[in-house]
Design a protein around this ligand. Structure first.
Ligand SMILES: C[S@@+](CC[C@H](N)C(=O)[O-])C[C@H]1O[C@@H](n2cnc3c(N)ncnc32)[C@H](O)[C@@H]1O
Length: 365
């Protein structure tokens, strides 16, 4: 993600997704067991970015935990990749980042935070130490790309063999990360996971009936290749390390009693899909013509850029000076902005998620 607090400032939709699902965290807080004497209640946010989007939902969860266990110390572990801007995260939590001055950390006593910069496909916390694991809009990232994607930049536009390879990688990663969480969870601990995916109607991020966002990315990148702005190798080198799972793919390890995940004691409490409307599109539609198409484009493109820019930058040849790579990527997003400004119809990044609640059973015998 783009650092320096840019992520939370430009990602209102991701915060809406979490805020709308905050009741799931409160329900998880209602379900966990009394901590053993002298032991803290441990919460973790897996793939937290700068922590800004989850702060208010975690506050609700912490308040409920505190209501149930008034003396308990509460620890929140934030995890993300080593490249994450953890400095922005701590500034946000201390109230002197780009967000609000009051956070759960500034307002609630006996709450402790720490961070881990290791990917969530591995176990990150000691066995049976985690009470509530949370993750939003992060577990669609796969640990490695199984290969290039012909004529596209995302698996949603991949052809059969490539798609099969991405699906296999995603299945392995899903099993690995669930097994890691199974080890970390205490008996009766809970997982709340809000994951990008493909819903029952085939919808996914930026593809809910209007202009397909990932096709637009691919189309503009192709245009730049055909004009010679980027090379064919750079085009091929550009692919999102992501996979959007279907509900069936999310639920498969919980439904098969022989799966390692099931054997490790994880049980599905609920799974549902939901669409959260693009807030930038909504503001434009509700502006009754006071917002111009250009103003809409200028408000909309930064939210795409906040999470996609690194993929296009990394696709470019290292031999190019860094400044040149940035200019190419600026050009790419300017083309996207111009396209939206010239014909805004159908452009929106609606969020499509699969909302999963999972518990670790207390007794596997
Ligand atoms: C779109 S952001 C979501 C951030 C935040 N959870 C939210 O919902 O607004 C995805 C985050 O997942 C992180 N991420 C990607 N792969 C990861 C991995 N293997 N382990 C941990 N975090 C990962 C990214 O670095 C990024 O911060």
């Amino acid at each position: 993600m783009k650092g320096g607090g840019y992520y939370s400032q430009r990602t209102r939709g991701a915060k809406d997704v979490i805020d709308n699902a905050s009741e799931m965290l409160v329900e998880a807080a209602d379900a966990i067991d009394l901590p053993d004497k002298g032991r803290a209640i441990v919460l973790a946010d897996f793939g937290a970015a700068d922590g800004g989007t989850s702060e208010s939902a975690l506050r609700k969860c912490i308040e409920r935990v505190r209501m149930r266990f008034s003396d308990a110390q509460i620890q929140i572990s934030y995890t993300d990749l080593p490249s994450n801007d953890f400095s922005a995260l701590f500034k946000n939590l201390l109230g002197f980042g780009s967000l609000t001055a009051n956070t759960y950390l500034t307002d609630i006593e006996n709450v402790y935070v720490n961070a881990c910069g290791i990917g969530f496909h591995k176990q990150l916390l000691p066995d049976a130490s985690l009470d509530i694991g949370f993750s939003a809009t992060a577990m669609h990232y796969i640990s490695e790309k199984p290969g290039p994607i012909e004529n596209h930049v995302h698996m949603v536009g991949a052809s059969s063999n490539t798609l099969t390879a991405y699906a296999a990688q995603a299945q392995k990663n899903w099993n690995d990360l669930l097994l890691a969480r199974a080890n970390e969870l205490r008996p009766n601990g809970q997982l709340v996971m809000l994951n990008f995916g493909i819903d029952e109607e085939g919808r996914y991020l930026g593809h809910t009936g209007g202009v397909n966002m990932f096709d637009t990315f691919a189309n503009l990148w192709t245009q730049m290749r055909d004009e010679g702005v980027i090379s064919s190798d750079e085009f091929i080198n550009t692919a999102f390390p992501q996979y959007y799972r279907t509900v069936e793919e999310f639920c498969a390890p919980f439904k098969n009693e022989d799966s390692l995940v099931y054997q490790a004691g994880l049980r599905l409490i609920s799974a549902r899909t939901g669409v959260v409307k693009c807030p930038y599109r909504k503001a434009y539609d509700e502006s009754d013509g006071t917002m111009s198409a250009r103003e809409f484009a200028q408000s909309y493109i930064p939210t795409l850029r906040s999470w996609s820019e690194a993929v296009f930058l990394n696709g470019l040849d290292d031999a190019r000076p860094l400044e040149q790579r940035h200019l190419i990527v600026d050009d790419f997003y300017k083309r996207y902005e111009d396209r939206v400004a010239s014909d805004p119809d159908g452009h929106a990044m609606d969020y499509v998620h699969c909302y999963l609640a999972v518990r670790k059973i207390a007794d596997q015998s």
